[in-house]
Design a protein around this ligand. Sequence first.
Ligand SMILES: Nc1ncnc2c1ncn2[C@@H]1O[C@H](COP(=O)(O)OP(=O)(O)OP(=O)(O)O)[C@@H](O)[C@H]1O
Length: 583
Amino acid sequence: MENNKFCCLWLPQVYSVDNEEQTGASLEFVVPRDLADGFVNNKRECYKFRFQKVFDQATKQEEIFEHIAKPVADSVLAGYNGTIFAYGQTGSGKTFTITGGAQRYNDRGIVPRTLSYLYERFSQDSNMVYTTNISYLEIYNEVGYDLLDSRHEASRLEDLPSVFPFFCISNEEEALNLLFLGDTNRMIAETPMNQASTRSHCIFTVHLCRREPGSATVRRSKLHLVDLAGSDRVSKTGLNGQLLTEAKYINLSLHYLEQVIIALSEKNRSHIPYRNSMLTSESISTCRFAQRVALIKNEAILNEELDPALLIARLKREVLSLKEELAMVTGEQRDDQLTVEEIQKLEEQVKAFLDDTDPDFTLSLGPDMRKIQYCILVKMLKKEKKRAQDAAAQLTSIPTDQRASTMPLLKEGSVDAASENHGGRAAQHMKRGTSKKPFLSMGKKEAFETFIRDHKDNLTIEDNKSLLKQRLGEHANSTQKEPGILLYLCMNLVLLISPVSYKSTIDHLKALRTEMEHLQLLLERAKIKIHKDFHQWAIATSTISSSSFPLTGDQQTDADILAFIRARTSSCCFGSRDARCNV
Ligand SMILES: Nc1ncnc2c1ncn2[C@@H]1O[C@H](COP(=O)(O)OP(=O)(O)OP(=O)(O)O)[C@@H](O)[C@H]1O
C-alpha cells in the first residue's frame, strides 16, 4: 500500500451528519448510558468524528464516483498509485458501492464507472500510448484466489506470486467481462445481516502503463479497488459453524489492515506491523478506523521509469549517430557500403519526402556522406517536382482567356497542368501518360511530337513521307542510270543522249516530279493542318504563344501553301541530285 492515495468509504448505520462545516464534515453519535450499568457510569455518551465529506443513504452512485473515484483515477492516470477500499459492517453496502447493484444501469458502482472513465480518457489523449492489465484477487479465510482463473485454485497468501497474473485488456468491454467473471467466482453466503454476504476481501486492480510514442520513459501505476469483507461482531450476530470460522478470519485480516493504517498514520514509525491482533468493534470502531485513514499523509511518488528495451535501442541509435558525426567531422571516409536495410530505409524516407506536399518538409539523413550522396539525386527530383507543381498551380489560378498572354512564364513544365484543361484526344493521350508522373521540362517541341503522335492525319503523313522518299530514290536512280540526263539536268545539254532513251527518261522523271510535288503538297497540307490543330490546342492550353505559327485561316490556297513550302524547302530542288525532302 506504499505510495498510495487513500480514500476510505465509511458506510454508517446510526448517525447525525453535518456537512456544512467549513473545514469538512462531522459525524456525531449519541449513545445513551445504559442505566443497568448503575448510577456511577462514566461511559461516554457522545462520539464525534471529523471527515472531509460524509455521504448519506440518498447519495447516488454517480455522486460517489465523482467525489471519490474520479480524483483517484486522475492521479493514477498521472502515474501515481491509488487505492479505494470499502470498509464497514456486514450489509452496510460495500459491494453495492464498489461493484454496484444488478437491478439498474444507474446502480453500477465505482469499478465499472472507473473503467469507463479511464478508457474515455485514453481515447481523448492521443499523445500517449496506454496499456492496461487487470487482476482480480480474493482473500478468503487467509487463502488467496485468482478470481479470473477458471480453475479457481487456492494458494496460501505467502505462496501467491509476487507478480500476480494479470490480463491484458484492450477495451472497456473486455475489462467489464473480467469484472463479471470474477464476481461470479466470489465466496458468497447468507448471514443473519446480509442474504448475499461476500465472505472475502476482493481486490480489483487496474495496472496502467503510459508512454509517449517512441519514448523510453514509461509511467506505471496501479489502481486498487477493494471490497473488504464485512466486519461482524461475532458475539452479537450469533454466527456459528462455517460462518463463524469465516468471521474470525475476516476480523483477523481487518485487524491487520487497521494496524497497518495506524502505523501509516503515525509519524516516524519505522516499522509497519502488518499482522497483530483482532478487530471487533462496529460503527464507532469503524469511525475511528476511518479517521485514522484520513490522517495518513503518504508521500505519493510518481512511478516513472525507463523501459530497458527501449532505452537500449535509443542508446544504440545515439552511438551510431555519434559515430557518423565523428566520421563526418574528422573527414574519415567510410568505405563500407550501405547495407540493404539502410538502403531500403533511405528509400522509404525519400518516398515519404517526395510524397509530402509541404515544401518545407526536409529530408534528414544524419551526418553520413554515403547516405547524403545516395539521396542527392532525389533532392533534385523534388526540386523539379516542386517547380512543375508551382507552374501548374499558377496556371490554374489564371482565367483561361488570360493564359495566352502569360505564356512565356509557363512554357516549360506546364504541359501536365495544361493537358488537364484540354478536352481533346491529344489531351487525353497526354493525360493517360502523364497524370501520375508529370512531364518535367517538356517544351513545345516535345509537346508537339506528343500531339501529332495521336493525330488522325499522322498516318497519312507517314505514308506520304515514305512514298515521297521512295520516289526520290527512284528519281536519283534514274538520273544515275543515265549520265546524259544528269548532264542535261545540270547543264541543259541534250545532244549527248539518244532521243528515244532521253524521251522516256525525261517522261519518267517528269511523272515522278509531278507525283512528288503532289505528295509534297499533300504532306504540307496535312502538316499545316496538324500545326493549326496543335496551335489551337496549345493556345487554349497555354502551351505556346500565338506568334509561333505563320499561316492564318485565310492563307490556305494551294498557291499559299506552295509558297510556304518553297520558303520552307529552299534547299530542295526537284530535279537536282541533291534533292531532299524537308518534311
Ligand atoms: N445505496 C444503496 N441503495 C440501494 N441498495 C443498497 C444500497 N447499499 C446497499 N444496498 C443493498 O443492501 C444489501 C447489502 O448490500 P451489500 O451486499 O453491498 O453490503 P456489504 O456491505 O457488501 O455486505 P457484506 O459485507 O456482507 O458483503 C444489498 O442487497 C444491496 O443491494
